[in-house]
Design a protein around this ligand. Structure first.
Ligand code: ADP
Length: 950
């Protein structure tokens, strides 16, 4: 399980951005808006104040220039009042000098009332008249008007004032004087005079309280214009000058130049300027759109007292706002840049933090899944908290690694590693170390216990093997003599007793054989022998084996093969047969009516052709096994509860052995059963190799044809503590003319070997005084005789013993030894020749037919007891027939032993051989052999009869 990707708004980056970045942006935006607003209102107020001040200054300057002109006019009038009145020449010179002194004036003049100084006529005719020149009118009235030449402002010209009587300034000044009762200055409205726009400043000349004329100066409005333009250039404002009667005296704005001399109400400015005009005695302020250029302006007005003029200033709003906007843009840019830097740094920090935390997360996840990083899981790149987190994590990993290493070591059986205790609180280390120690201890105990158990088991198996071996011998005697007694005893009661002894003895033998098998499997001593086998033959054989029993119980027996079954399989034929006999034997035993079916097939025919899973099923319609006992019946000595021993007999070992055998063959066995309806036992053998057919043929290799062998003269030492066995060998080898020596134990054998240097020593392994193993070791240890081949004869079933014997001896024959085996083995070791026989090919039977034994080969006692022997054997013929039909291995073994014993007792080797052969075949589950051997029983009897002396 790994951590799912975190949603942005829940991630560290997301939270920092949302909780840090967003509020910062909002606050900054608020501050900027507030600042802008503040700046705007502040800047506007400041600008308004500035504009007002400027307006007042401009008004003052206009006022100053007006009043200067007025003062000059007044001074000229005052000069008349004091002495100059009537001095026309001096007055004219004064006017001229004023014009010279004040360049802003375009004219300076006096205007007397007609004959005001009583000298009009006198001056008209006087020489001074000429001096005055144009200073007089035609009546001689004194009206000198000095003015500048339009072409040359430096040259001053003189003319009489024209139309003075009809002019406003003259009448206006006189009326003002009369109204006020005292002299007062007057500033006229601008008007065009001689092509120039001018205004006049006039003062009355009063002599003895009488109005006698005027003094005045002209100012050209061009001068005022220039003056205003200077202000405009300095202060970046437009200026409008409006006269007392509401006319435009001057303007600096290009588009309004043509307004000059027009009255306000004649222009587009009426709505705007009318207000200023009506309240012209006060300052006023306004922000509005200009009717000419449609731009927004601030307007400010102030009065000019002298002349009652009005000054209006105009400043574009954009010029006031522009710096504010500029300021604002700069502030915004700096703020945004700062914000960007802050956010980028924040983002970078958050990213790097979340990346590093992500690494920790991934490492922790991998740890949680059991992944163990090899080196340090995380690099401690910084000294901050995350760096320390990485460091802590690394310590956790280290710790985890310690623990893992310790656990892995323990799992692998190494208990030495210990987990280092990191602190007093480290209870985990204590716990693991204690666990390891305890486990180590337990393991040691376990090993000891296992060794003990193995030893005990070995001892048990050896004991069992020995015991069964040892018990079988006396059992043979018991059974044999019981049988003999049965022939002798006539009393019915005693016969009954003997019968019981016989039955009990037989079942004891069966039990012993089963126990031997079981103990062999359990001790792991049972080795499987795999050969190529024709499965059809093995399974078909069952029909034969059980045909008699099926017929007796009137059961249907069928064998079914899957079509996909190959012709040859590699199997342990003997053990497969043993299992089959067990299962089918049970099926027959527990079924009273219906059928028994054996089926064999390949479980997965579509798969691999070189191996297959073989399914063997034994199905019956018998009494079945209750569900709760189906497991139990596979246990050793287990039968169905309350099953009648008298009815079914048995030991409860068959299934136990079968189960172990199947397990050994790499398979499994199971049962499905329904009480009262029948059972099906299933054996599945897995991975059974498919063999080539050629292997089957190779195995049917011919055994030696004993009758075709001719040995060159040779001496053979036969070592066996049991005389019958020695006789048996003697009997087998009789026909070959070999020189036979005998020894009864190992010691004798070694001595005889030293003395006679036989060509071959046949050595029984189990003997008193000195066993065959020791004896062979001595022979092989003696350089003189060590080259004499020793062939071991053993009845041992223990595989390990066999291996040791094979290593020590030159040959090995397993008891019961058949003639063919013995002759074959000798032929391997001794020089011999093979006669041409009729049958060069393989002999039809692996065992030769019992041969008549010559009377000469028997001792006197044996000869005398032959008739008795015939009788005994004839009495057993029925049993033999039954065995042929039932093929009950245990019973057959018992039968074989019985005959062997009888053979020994009556010193008749052929019977002994026959018994040995049958016993051997039973042990090997060689059903073909068993059947043939059992079938030859009547021949055996016939042979004895044929040599029995009449
Ligand atoms: P035994 O046959 O000697 O009793 P087995 O181990 O072969 O021992 O069988 C154990 C028991 O399992 C039998 O005694 C019988 O109770 C039960 N059993 C085995 N095969 C069958 C069968 N085909 N039908 C009913 N019961 C069976």
């Amino acid at each position: 399980m790994s951590a799912s990707p975190v949603k942005f708004h829940r991630s560290l980056t997301g939270r920092m951005m949302l909780l840090g970045g967003l509020p910062t942006v909002l606050i900054l935006t608020g501050i900027i808006i507030h600042m802008t607003f503040e700046m705007f209102s502040q800047a506007r107020e400041n600008n308004a104040a500035l504009l007002r001040n400027l307006t007042e200054q401009v008004a003052l300057e206009v006022e100053r220039s007006n009043s200067r002109a007025v003062v000059v006019a007044q001074t000229m009038a005052l000069a008349q009042q004091h002495e100059l009145f009537g001095d026309r020449l001096a007055s004219s010179r004064l006017a001229r000098q004023v014009l010279q002194e004040f360049p802003e004036f375009t004219g300076a003049y006096f205007g007397y009332e007609p004959n005001a100084d009583q000298d009009d006529a006198a001056y008209l005719n006087s020489p001074e008249h000429r001096q005055l020149g144009n200073g007089l009118d035609s009546e001689g009235r004194f009206l000198p008007y000095w003015f500048r030449d339009a072409k040359d402002p430096e040259s001053l010209l003189l003319n009489p004032l024209i139309d003075m009587e009809t002019s406003l300034y003259y009448h206006g000044t006189r009326e003002l004087m009369q109204q006020a009762g005292r002299p007062a200055a007057m500033v006229t409205e601008p008007y065009i005079y001689e092509g120039k726009m001018i205004v006049e400043q006039v003062y009355p000349i009063v002599i003895d309280g009488r109005f006698v004329g005027i003094a005045g100066v002209d100012r050209s409005l061009n001068d005022i214009d220039r003056f205003l333009h200077n202000i405009k250039a300095r202060s970046a404002v437009d200026i409008f000058l409006i006269s007392r009667s509401g006319r435009f005296i001057a303007t600096t704005a290009e588009e309004t130049l043509q307004l000059k001399t027009l009255a306000i109400h004649e222009t587009l400015y009426e709505p705007l300027f009318a207000g200023f005009y009506t309240q012209r005695s006060e300052n006023a302020f306004k922000r509005t759109t200009d009717p000419f250029d449609h731009q927004r302006y601030y307007y400010s007005s102030a009065p000019v007292a002298t002349g009652e003029w009005l000054v209006v200033l105009r400043k574009p709003e954009s010029e006031i706002d522009a710096p504010i906007w500029r300021q604002l843009y700069i502030t915004l840019a700096i703020t945004l840049a700062g914000l960007f830097v802050v956010l980028s740094l924040g983002l970078w920090l958050a990213r790097s933090m979340s990346r590093r935390i992500g690494k920790s997360m991934a490492a922790a996840d991998s740890l949680a899944l059991g992944g163990l990083p090899q080196q340090q899981a995380l690099q401690m790149t910084t000294e901050d908290e995350i760096g320390h987190l990485s460091d802590s994590f690394n310590r956790v990993v280290e710790r985890y690694r310690d623990i893992t290493d310790a656990c892995i070591a323990v799992a692998e059986g190494d208990f030495s590693p210990r987990v280092v205790k990191r602190s007093d609180k480290d209870r985990l280390a204590d716990a693991i170390n204690t666990m390891t120690e305890r486990r180590q201890q337990a393991e040691a105990e376990l090993v000891a216990a296992k060794e003990a158990a193995d030893a005990a088991n070995k001892a048990k198996s050896a004991f069992l093997a020995n015991m069964s071996h040892e018990i079988r011998t006396p059992m043979n005697a018991i059974l044999g003599f019981t049988e003999i007694l049965a022939g002798v005893v006539t009393d019915a009661q005693q016969k009954q007793y003997l019968k019981s002894v016989q039955t009990s003895g037989k079942s004891l033998l069966t039990l012993i054989n089963d126990i031997l098998d079981l103990s062999k499997v359990e001790a792991g001593k049972l080795e499987l022998e795999y050969t190529a086998v024709d499965p059809q033959a093995v399974f078909r054989e069952m029909e034969q084996v059980f045909s008699q029993k099926m017929a007796e119980k009137d059961l249907d027996f069928s064998v079914e093969f899957g079509s996909e079954l190959p012709q040859a399989l590699i199997l342990d034929e003997v053990r497969v047969r043993q299992v089959l006999i067990n299962l089918i034997g049970n099926a027959v035993k527990f079924t009273d009516q219906g059928h028994v079916k054996l089926s064999v097939r390949n479980l997965h025919p579509e798969e691999d052709r070189s191996k297959l899973d073989l399914l063997i099923e034994v199905e019956d319609t018998g009494k079945g096994i209750p569900q709760d006992q189906q497991e139990r019946v596979f246990g050793a000595f287990e039968q169905q509860r309350e099953q009648s021993i008298s009815e079914y007999g048995g030991t409860g070992l068959g299934l136990a052995i079968s189960k172990r055998l199947v397990g050994l063959m790499g398979g499994e066995i199971q049962v499905t059963s329904e009480e009262g309806r029948g059972s099906t036992f299933q054996v599945i053998l897995r991975g059974v190799p498919v063999a080539a057919v050629s292997e089957l043929e190779a195995q049917a290799a011919p055994s030696i044809d004993v009758n075709a062998v001719t040995f060159e003269p040779a001496t053979i030492l036969v070592t066996d503590d049991i005389e019958v066995n020695r006789n048996l060998v003697r009997g087998y080898l009789e026909q070959y003319g070999l020189n036979l020596l005998e020894a009864e134990n190992g010691k004798e054998a070694v001595e005889a070997t030293k003395r006679y240097h036989p060509d071959v020593v046949l050595m029984d392994m189990k003997m008193p005084v000195m066993n065959g193993y020791e004896a062979t070791q001595m022979i092989k240890g003696d350089p003189e005789i060590r080259d004499i081949p020793v062939v071991a004869l053993t009845a041992s079933a223990m595989e390990q013993a066999v291996e040791e014997i094979k290593a020590l001896c030159d040959g090995y024959l397993r008891k019961p030894v058949s003639k063919a085996d013995l002759v074959g083995e000798l032929a391997r070791l001794l020089p011999h020749s093979l006669a041409e026989t009729a049958s060069q090919g393989p002999s039809p039977s692996r065992e030769e037919e019992p041969k008549a034994w010559s009377l000469e080969a028997l001792d006197a006692e044996a000869r005398a007891r032959l008739p008795e022997l015939v009788e005994i054997l004839e009495s057993r013929q029925e049993t033999c027939e039954t065995l042929r039909n039932t093929m009950s291995i245990n019973d057959i073994e018992a039968f074989a032993n019985l005959n062997r014993e009888t053979g020994t007792e009556y010193r008749y080797p052929p019977l002994l051989f026959w018994g040995e052969r049958l016993g051997g075949q039973a042990e090997m589950f060689d059903l073909d052999g068993l059947s043939a051997t059992l079938a030859s029983y009547p021949d055996l009897i016939q042979n004895i009869k044929s040599i029995t002396p009449v």
